[in-house]
Design a protein around this ligand. Structure first.
Ligand SMILES: *[C@@H]1O[C@H](CO)[C@@H](O)[C@H](O)[C@H]1NC(C)=O
Ligand SMILES: *[C@@H]1O[C@H](CO)[C@@H](O)[C@H](O)[C@H]1NC(C)=O
Ligand SMILES: *[C@@H]1O[C@H](CO)[C@@H](O)[C@H](O)[C@H]1NC(C)=O
Ligand SMILES: *[C@@H]1O[C@H](CO)[C@@H](O)[C@H](O)[C@H]1NC(C)=O
Length: 512
């Protein structure tokens, strides 16, 4: 009693008890912390030991180049040779799991199961075993953007046969690695695969058949995902007992004023629900609003049927409910509006023309003048709440979140970003969201797709001028380590970055 009274007094006298009092918040018991990379972005060794060309090898070697500074993933972080150092870094960070992806053309050079490349299989066995040796959970993404070029020649994700091709590849990797892998992500970010790769000329394979190819792709990605899910669920889960899910990327779409609530809802339907609704909703299928809009526009444009392919009733059932967790990749938020000038603005049929909105972000969302990623933590909160409400509070696993910036070890903006985003994640949990884990993108700097090496996302900086691709922890690595170690978010924690991160033990004290 006296003690409490004294505390309260001390509090009133010496501290600001309300408002910005020093608050340390705790993550729930069992909440997992990890970090992520992807094969093409880190492995290098693009043509070594029997690996064949992927669509990113193909695109990055084209002249003239369409990637910033003509960068390629030919060597990248050279993780194919330096994976032990990668695992050492995850140990240094004290993380629960590591999310990485499989290069399809490293395992199946023809794209098909007729040839299994033993050296490629060995590489992933080595990586998985090295992780398990140190009790780090491997979380394996089966497909993260790097399709074998052989399959692209056949139309890639626009060919419905890819459902079988992806099913076969998944079957093989469950058989090869599923005794040790208990977290499977089938496919990473359908929006980027389909819209930027097929409906536009941005990411590989730059098919650019706008308004058509992105929708063929969307349906095939969803059915292919479901195929892998069912194979795992029926054939492998009974003995292997893991979880399998999809990672869907989403920006939050915020209406620019009350007049634009409908426009922002359309953006959410096209950019998020197109991929999430068929899997996570009670009814399945594409959202009825986008079916209506695309059908009407297609008719107007002289097509004889909707540019959005239909799911058969069997396919709707086949896809519905096929994800054990809602894998969420999230980085930022955008404002949405619509006015008269959007009609005819996009000139030709495209997903953006169908959506019929304009999009922008605010410069004031930048954390500092030198920062790149627009930090909008409240948008993350709205998105988490949206998913909870749309889909009956599914278990969410954040499979990517992170901050793109420039080089340098003193990455205060990244530290701020992680803290702000984790803080609203805690708010969402307190408000009932079922969030099971968090994955920082990325373990280290890597090939950032069309941006090459010009944007850095790493907790560790990579020195690309040095043949051994030296990796050095940034300040954010120290901060993330402390969050994972304590399971607490403390905005005032200042790491001592003069101590080597490897010298900080699991208990946070220096090892002597
Ligand atoms: C993609 O298509 C658009 C519209 O037809 C066109 O303007 C653009 O040049 C194309 N891009 C490439 C790389 O061909
Ligand atoms: C950021 O840029 C603005 C406009 O260029 C300038 O007024 C401001 O002083 C800069 N702030 C910092 C912290 O450099
Ligand atoms: C908390 O969740 C409820 C129910 O999903 C929702 O209506 C409310 O807006 C949420 N609160 C905040 C602050 O987001
Ligand atoms: C990597 O290269 C740097 C600079 O060339 C050197 O200082 C460092 O010792 C090398 N590390 C290893 C593990 O070879």
């Amino acid at each position: 009693m006296c003690y409490k009274l004294w505390l309260a007094l001390a509090c009133i006298l010496f501290y600001r008890c309300n408002g910005n009092r020093h608050e340390v918040r705790k993550f729930p018991e069992g909440f997992l912390f990890g970090t992520s990379t992807a094969s093409y972005q880190t492995e290098g060794a693009w043509n070594e030991d029997g690996k064949s060309e992927s669509i990113w090898d193909h695109m990055s070697h084209q002249i003239p180049c369409s990637i910033k500074h003509c960068d390629t993933g030919d060597i990248s972080d050279d993780s194919y040779h330096l994976y032990k150092r990668d695992v050492e870094m995850i140990r240094e960070l004290g993380l629960d799991f590591y999310r990485f992806s499989l290069s399809w053309s490293r395992i199946l050079p023809t794209g098909f199961p007729d040839v299994i490349n033993e050296a490629g299989v060995q590489y992933y066995n080595n990586l998985i075993d090295e992780l398990l040796k140190y009790n780090i959970i491997p979380m394996v993404t089966i497909y993260h953007f790097d399709l074998p070029q052989t399959l692209q020649k056949l139309g890639g994700w626009s060919n419905p046969h890819i459902v079988d091709w992806f099913g076969d590849f998944s079957n093989i990797v469950f058989r090869l690695f599923g005794d040790r892998v208990k977290y499977w992500v089938t496919i990473n970010e359908p929006y980027y695969i389909c819209y930027e790769g097929y409906g536009a000329d941005i990411m590989a394979p730059q098919v650019n058949v706008t308004g058509i190819a992105e929708y063929l792709c969307a349906k095939n990605v969803l059915v292919a995902h479901a195929k892998a899910y069912h194979i795992y669920d029926e054939v492998f889960r009974p003995t292997q007992g893991g979880k399998i899910f999809i990672s869907i990327n989403a920006r939050w779409n915020e209406p620019d004023g009350d007049d634009n609530v409908e426009a922002a809802d359309d953006a959410n339907q096209f950019f998020i629900m197109q991929y999430a609704y068929p899997i996570f909703s009670k009814s399945g299928d594409f959202p009825s609003s986008i079916k209506k809009i695309i059908a009407a526009k297609s008719k107007e444009q002289g097509f004889l049927r909707s540019r959005l392919p239909e799911f058969t009733p069997d396919e709707i059932e086949y896809v519905r409910g096929t994800s054990d967790l809602y894998g969420l990749n999230h980085y930022s938020t955008q404002l949405i509006y619509r006015n008269e000038s959007v009609k005819g603005f996009y000139k030709i049929p495209s997903m953006y023309d169908d959506t019929g909105v304009f999009i922008y972000q605010l410069d004031k969302w930048l954390l500092s003048n030198s920062s790149i990623t627009k930090a909008v933590p409240w948008g993350f909160h709205k998105l988490l709440t949206f998913i909870k409400e749309q889909f009956g509070n599914p278990p969410i696993f954040v499979t990517e979140n992170g901050f793109g910036g420039s080089t340098g070890l003193e990455d205060n903006d990244r530290v701020t970003y992680y803290r702000l985003y984790l803080s609203v994640l805690l708010d969402a949990i307190e408000n009932g969201s079922d969030i099971r884990g968090y994955t920082a993108w990325s373990l280290m700097d890597n090939f950032e797709w069309n941006q090459g090496y010009s944007i850095r996302f790493g907790l560790y900086e990579v020195d690309y001028t040095c043949p051994n691709r030296t990796r050095t922890p940034r300040k954010s690595a120290y901060v993330y380590k402390e969050i994972a170690r304590t399971h607490k978010l403390d905005f005032e924690f200042e790491p001592n970055t003069s101590v080597p991160i490897s010298a900080l033990g699991e208990d946070g004290d220096e090892n002597h």
